[in-house]
Design a binder for this molecule. Structure first.
Ligand SMILES: [Cu+2]
Length: 153
């Protein structure tokens, strides 16, 4: 396993995480990483939303997702839902490896990008934008379709 997990202190997901500025230079034309099926499960009353997507690596080397940020939310962080006997909890994920010539799903029941503190009104039908930063220096900004709470994909 190349996924490093760190327990988070509170279910409020309030752990401070330095998201850094997405100032990395744009990668060369041939992007190793592409983002598919990107969507956000919206929740009412300013509850945190969850972002989901499939990351595809076209290169012959594994590449790690190392940072997520969004201009639409004050906080964006990669979490994993893990079950602990009878309970579930979320843990912070420092990096998520996309295998060479492979893909990894950030999907309900597994990983999610926790999105908190929307900077403006966001509702189902909207599109928000997330910026994903990878270990090869590539930064990908992708549109995520905002969907209602009943959606599962
Ligand atoms: Cu979370």
């Amino acid at each position: 396993m190349t996924i490093k997990l760190k327990p988070i202190a509170s279910l409020a997901c309030a752990l401070a995480l330095s998201l850094g500025a997405a100032s990395a230079a744009q990668a060369a034309d041939a992007h190793a990483i592409s983002i598919k099926d990107a969507w956000v499960r919206w929740l009412p009353n300013n509850l945190p939303a969850a972002g989901y997507a499939t990351l595809v690596n076209a290169s012959d080397k594994p590449i790690d997702l190392v940072d997520v940020s969004s201009d639409d939310y004050g906080d964006a962080m990669l979490h994993q839902t893990v079950s602990n006997g009878s309970t579930q909890k979320m843990v912070m994920v420092d990096k998520l490896t996309v295998p060479a010539h492979g893909q990894v799903a950030i999907a309900p029941g597994g990983y999610h990008v926790m999105l908190e503190d929307a900077k403006h009104k966001v509702a189902p039908g909207d599109t928000v934008r997330l910026t994903l930063k990878f270990s090869d220096g590539e930064t990908v900004s992708a549109p995520f379709a905002v969907k209602s709470p009943g959606q599962t994909k």
